[in-house]
Design a protein around this ligand. Structure first.
Ligand code: ATP
Ligand code: MG
Length: 310
């Protein structure tokens, strides 16, 4: 498969703070690629470099064969960027906004009209064509923000946390929109903090932390690699910090984290029931509940983020 984005040994420093360390990765043409990681991981920094808003300190980023530094103008003509803040004008109508963004790319008027009506129907904004952008609902504004990034038919669409603040229904609708844009042949790069979103949408995901790649692969692969089972255990009085250290010394336990309700343990095939109960007993903890589940992408994420902190 052809790689439409190639990042080679990319580093980025802000003064003497290093935000990206020697990052290399490839994104295949036509795929939906999810960039995940805890706050401050370097996701937006990477996106700013890819969208020519910030220059790398060293290394290269190449989109469709074009270097983002030396061929900036050409790169900007083939990528669409959906920033976290809306980029349209509240006082203009939906249609006027699209026409304005089209004019920035010097697209001829007749072509803009045709293109815009396609975009409006794809993003389900036809009814709002002549409404002022400022009067749209939050979900519609998100869709208009995406529409503005599509007027020049980009080959790559980059979205930085597009689903923040959307209700579950609008979020589902956003996923449908992204899938549809992707079906038209556009490669998608998206950052998100919603694991369910990454799982539902992305062909491949990459988890980074503190400027470094921790793990990447297909969501299914990553879940399989995380372990066979996850046990969620609740106990009383619930001194989870102490129990956690005890559990971490059991060899079969791959990771142990404190969750909202208790402890979450990721295991391989073997479940060392006796050893686990012994740790709780030793610390005078009464087990109140045990639930078993398959690893989710959230477990993968917490494991990956946690590992890099050690
Ligand atoms: N302009 C800047 N000057 C100095 N430091 C910066 C600048 N921009 C980002 N950083 C630092 O670089 C690191 C990575 O920031 P970045 O915004 O890329 O993280 P992120 O993964 O997008 O996080 P979030 O999930 O919170 O959006 C952080 O430690 C941040 O403080
Ligand atoms: Mg960010």
């Amino acid at each position: 498969m052809e790689q439409i984005i190639e990042i080679r040994s990319l580093s980025k420093n802000y003064g003497d703070f290093q935000a990206l360390f020697d990052v290399s990765l490839g994104i295949e043409k036509g795929t939906i690629f999810g960039l995940l990681g805890p706050n401050g991981a370097g996701k937006s920094t990477l996106i700013r470099v890819l969208s020519c808003q910030s220059r790398p300190t060293s290394g290269h980023a190449i989109i469709a064969g074009l270097d983002v530094v030396s061929r900036k103008k050409d790169v900007l003509s083939i990528i669409g960027v959906v920033p976290q803040e809306n980029s349209f004008y509240d006082d203009l109508t939906v249609n006027e906004n699209l026409a304005y963004f089209g004019s920035l790319y010097r697209i001829p008027g007749s072509e803009i009209k045709k293109r815009n009506s396609n975009i409006l129907s794809m993003l389900r904004l036809v009814e709002k064509t002549n409404s002022r952008a400022g009067t749209l609902s939050g979900g519609m504004k998100t869709r208009l923000n995406i529409a503005c990034a599509l007027v020049h038919k980009p080959r790559v669409l980059i979205l930085d946390e597009p689903s923040v603040g959307l209700d579950p229904v609008s979020r589902q609708a956003l996923w449908d929109t992204i899938r549809e844009v992707n079906r038209e042949g556009t490669t998608i790069l998206i950052t998100t903090h919603y694991m369910q979103e990454a799982d539902a949408l992305c062909d491949r995901i990459l988890i980074m932390n503190r400027g470094k790649i921790v793990v990447q692969g297909r969501p299914g692969e990553l879940k399989d690699a995380a372990g066979e089972k996850v046990l969620s255990i609740t106990s009383s009085p619930g001194n989870y910090g102490i129990i956690k250290s005890g559990l971490e010394s059991i060899k079969a336990i791959r990771s142990c984290i404190i969750s909202d309700t208790g402890l979450k343990i990721t295991l391989g095939e073997e479940i060392p029931v006796h050893d686990i109960f012994e740790v709780f007993q030793t610390h005078g903890e009464k087990i109140l509940g045990v639930e078993s589940s398959n690893p989710s992408l959230e477990d993968v994420f917490i494991h990956a983020a946690g590992e890099a902190w050690h």
